[in-house]
Design a protein around this ligand. Structure first.
Ligand SMILES: NC(=[NH2+])NCCC[C@H](N)C(=O)O
Length: 262
C-alpha cells in the first residue's frame, strides 16, 4: 500500500475525477489508515511504499504490479500523469527481494485490469490495459489469461467491475457487475462462473466491486449494502470501510491494495 500523502484530484482520467471539486488529503489519509488497520486487524501483513510528491494517484498501488508465485509483472500506465509511478514500484520490488521483475511493453495497469482466480488470470481491456498486455502477461507469468471487454467508462478497470471472493478453493467464487462487460464477455463469465454473486447498479456505482476478500472477510465500501448481503449469504463476513474521499479519484479499497502472492 502507498499512503495518500500527496493525494488530490488535479487531472481527470476517468469519469469519477473532477478537478474543480475540492478534496481533502487529510481525510484521504485517515480513510487509508483505517483501511490499512483493518487488514492488520484481520491478520494480514501490510508492506508500505514511500509516496512521491507530484504523483497524486500513487495511493492506487494495485495499478503498479501483478504478482503471482513471486513473479512480478510491472506496469505501464496509459495516462502520462501516472507513468512515473511504475518505476518507483519496480525499484521497490527489487529492493524487497523480488528477483523476477519484468516491465511490460504494452499499456498494462496491473491489478486494475488483472484478477487472479487461483487458476486463471482474468484480464480487462477497453479503457486502460491494452489487449497486447494480456498475451504478454500470459507469457511472463506463465498463467492462462482470459480477456474480458469492459464497455462502461465508469467501470474503466476490471477491479471496479469484478472481484474474487475465494481464489483458494477448487471452485473459485467471483462477484461481478454484468453490465460493465460486453455481451460476449458476459457470456464468458456466465460459463466460467455459473454460481457468481451478481452485483446490482447500487453496488457498482459506490465502487462496491472494488473489494478485497481473504476468503473469509470481504473488505468493502460501506455503501455496498446489497452486495454485502449477497456475500454474507455465501458465508463471507463483510467488513466495511469508508473510502468516500478516494472514490473522488475513482478508487476504492482494492485500488489501494496490491496483493503480493508469494
Ligand atoms: N485499481 C484501480 N481501479 N485504481 C484506481 C485508479 C484511479 C486513478 N485516479 C486512475 O484513474 O488511474
Amino acid at each position: 500500500m502507498c499512503p495518500p500523502t500527496y493525494f488530490t484530484v488535479e487531472y481527470a482520467i476517468n469519469p469519477w475525477m473532477d478537478p474543480t471539486q475540492p478534496t481533502s488529503t487529510q481525510l484521504a489519509v485517515e480513510q487509508w489508515t483505517a483501511l490499512k488497520e483493518t487488514y492488520e486487524r484481520l491478520g494480514h501483513d501490510v508492506q508500505v511504499i514511500e509516496p512521491i510528491p507530484g504523483l497524486p494517484d500513487m495511493v492506487f498501488s494495485a495499478n503498479s504490479g501483478t504478482v503471482i508465485d513471486g513473479r512480478v509483472l510491472g506496469s505501464r500506465f496509459r495516462a502520462s500523469q501516472r507513468s512515473a509511478e511504475a518505476d518507483h514500484f519496480r525499484r521497490w520490488f527489487l529492493s524487497s527481494g523480488y528477483n523476477s521483475v519484468v516491465m511490460p511493453t504494452a499499456v498494462n495497469e496491473a491489478e486494475g485490469d488483472f484478477t487472479w482466480t487461483g487458476s486463471l488470470l482474468l484480464a480487462g481491456t477497453g479503457f486502460r490495459t491494452d489487449p497486447g498486455a494480456h498475451s504478454e502477461a500470459q507469457e511472463v507469468l506463465g498463467v492462462p489469461v482470459v480477456s474480458l471487454q469492459l464497455v462502461d467508462p465508469r467501470f474503466y478497470h476490471l477491479d471496479v467491475a469484478l472481484f474474487m471472493l475465494d481464489d483458494q478453493s477448487s471452485t473459485p467464487l467471483v462477484a461481478y457487475y454484468p453490465e460493465a462487460f460486453s455481451p460476449g464477455s458476459q457470456q464468458v463469465l456466465r460459463r466460467l462462473f455459473p454460481d457468481a454473486v451478481i452485483a446490482n447498479d447500487d453496488d457498482a456505482v459506490c465502487l462496491g466491486l472494488n473489494a478485497v476478500s481473504d476468503g473469509k472477510h470481504v473488505v468493502m465500501p460501506i455503501e455496498a449494502t446489497h452486495l454485502a448481503e449477497q456475500v454474507a449469504r455465501r458465508g463471507f463476513e463483510p467488513v466495511f470501510v469508508d473510502i468516500s474521499e478516494l472514490r473522488k479519484s475513482g478508487g476504492g479499497p482494492k485500488c489501494c491494495t496490491m496483493e503480493l502472492r508469494g
